[in-house]
Design a protein around this ligand. Structure first.
Ligand SMILES: Cc1cc2nc3c(=O)[nH]c(=O)nc-3n(C[C@H](O)[C@H](O)[C@H](O)COP(=O)(O)OP(=O)(O)OC[C@H]3O[C@@H](n4cnc5c(N)ncnc54)[C@H](O)[C@@H]3O)c2cc1C
Length: 431
């Protein structure tokens, strides 16, 4: 499949006022630059291209609608420092640079959202709340200790919390130990991506509901086939994450891994009062197959959990399993149910490294978000454009890794099933 085709609507987007999408492409078009994918990466790349080459025409294609598609389906954690999986205390100089780049990018996102709010009078939920990381078992505690060592070595602030302190703040007795770090923003992700898309320059043409079906090299140009017409361009940027492989790029390095989220209705004040003192919080798992949790400003609980390889799970299974995991943390939510459940695709690479750079003449890619690509995607989208302009850029493969090779099917799926069964068993108390 060349693009995502979700069975369930995005829960965050459903909470927003309806938005009229830009029309789909219905003609053949010549453009200087075409970008496939209007997500965190693609929007950042389009805006950077217009900053560096204001006279160029930029065409941005997305198979979905802004807010409804993948970029709006995440849990809304915008980390302003490196992800836990990346946290390696033995590589402090590398991590310090990653943290600085990530922090600067987060500041740009915040400034863009504030500008959007000032221009439109709308409010967009994006707040520096910090984030919790917590472990329920020895498997989770090992990762938590690694993250603590990284924060200590990097001189980053954090607070340690025991079971009682976590229960007091979050209303759950589930976790044995945790850390609170202030370096994270929590967002309504569909609202933020809508705000960022609204900041595109008038010289960028955005076509929604326009999947790229095929890319080919024709002479010195690239040609993108869509259902309603072709786009011919001088420079082509792939910012469609896992689905780049279905256009023939990165097939030996990328996999679409689906993960799932559920959002409860707003809870009554009396119920919320018994659920901790913190009114707007997010918790990331220490184990990589664990569950992400949030309590939102409007009194909802969100859980993100489970993974499936290259296709979504059935709705009934998603709903039952998410409810089971949420209830094990918050038994008082047993009768609450979900307003919305949905899935989204993550561009997964075997070693967590990015697929980034010019892979063929004038064909550039930034893909492989590995589940944490809101801020990082924004950063790597901008840097990709800087590199395409011949500017001096930080060494992205050294900083963020280089996606490693994976064996072809069916070995790949067998390997995935084996590894995920083993890891799920080892981390079963964190799921
Ligand atoms: C449930 C869930 C929770 C997550 N939580 C977090 C989180 O809290 N924090 C975080 O940082 N990350 C999180 N992630 C990961 C995060 O969503 C991604 O890292 C991020 O969206 C990557 O941005 P991107 O622009 O690179 O790619 P994407 O967001 O995947 O955007 C790619 C865009 O390309 C479009 N597209 C795909 N194929 C085509 C095609 N052929 N033609 C045209 N358009 C195409 C898609 O519609 C999409 O809009 C989560 C993901 C999921 C699914």
């Amino acid at each position: 499949m060349s693009h995502p085709n979700y069975q369930l609507d995005c829960g965050w987007n459903a909470l927003l006022a309806p938005r009229v999408p830009r029309p789909a492409l219905q003609q053949d078009l010549d453009t200087d630059v075409a970008i496939i994918g209007a997500g965190w990466t693609g929007i950042a790349a389009a805006r950077r291209w217009q900053e560096l080459s204001p006279g160029d025409s930029v065409t941005l294609l997305d198979s979905s609608e802004i807010g409804e598609g993948n970029p709006g389906r995440n849990s809304g954690f915008l980390l302003s420092i490196a992800l836990a999986e990346d946290a390696n205390p033995s590589q402090l100089e590398r991590m310090a640079l990653c943290n600085r780049l990530t922090g600067d990018t987060m500041a740009q996102i915040m400034a863009d959202v504030e500008r959007y709010c000032a221009q439109t009078g709308e409010t967009v939920d994006l707040q520096r709340t910090g984030t919790y990381r917590a472990a329920a078992s020895s498997a989770g505690l090992r990762s938590l200790n690694n993250y603590r060592a990284f924060l200590q070595a990097a001189g980053l602030p954090f607070t340690e919390l025991d079971r009682n302190a976590l229960r007091e703040r979050l209303g759950s007795n589930f976790y044995a130990e945790g850390l609170y770090s202030p370096d994270c923003y929590l967002a309504q992700p569909a609202a933020v991506i809508r705000a960022l898309a609204a900041q595109l320059s008038k010289d960028t043409q955005l076509f929604e509901n326009t999947p790229a079906l095929e890319i080919t090299r024709v002479g010195q140009r690239w040609r993108v086939k869509t259902p309603g017409g072709h786009v011919s361009c001088r420079q082509l940027i792939l910012a469609n994450n896992a689905f780049a492989k279905d256009l023939g790029i990165g097939g030996s390095r990328l996999v679409a891994m689906y993960t799932f989220a559920g959002l409860t209705p707003p809870l009554a004040a009396a119920q919320l009062d018994a659920l901790g003192t913190d009114a707007n919080w997010g918790l990331l798992p220490t184990h990589r197959l664990g569950s992400t949790l949030r309590r939102t400003v409007d009194g909802r609980f969100m859980i993100r959990s489970m993974h499936s390889y290259e296709k979504e799970l059935p709705r009934a299974h998603i709903e039952t399993e998410l409810a089971r995991r949420l209830n094990s943390r918050f038994p008082s939510l047993r009768q609450t149910g979900f307003d919305k459940v949905w899935g989204g695709a993550v561009g997964f690479t075997y070693n967590g490294g990015a697929l980034w750079g010019e892979v063929k003449p004038n064909l550039h890619i930034s893909a492989g978000c590995n589940g944490g690509g809101t801020v990082k995607g924004t950063l790597l989208g901008r840097l990709l454009v800087d590199k395409a302009h011949g500017l001096d850029v930080p060494d992205v493969p050294r900083l963020f890794g280089r996606a490693s090779w994976m064996p072809p099917e069916p070995l790949r799926v067998i390997g995935f099933k084996f590894a995920s069964t083993l890891e799920s068993w080892q981390g079963r108390h964190e799921l």
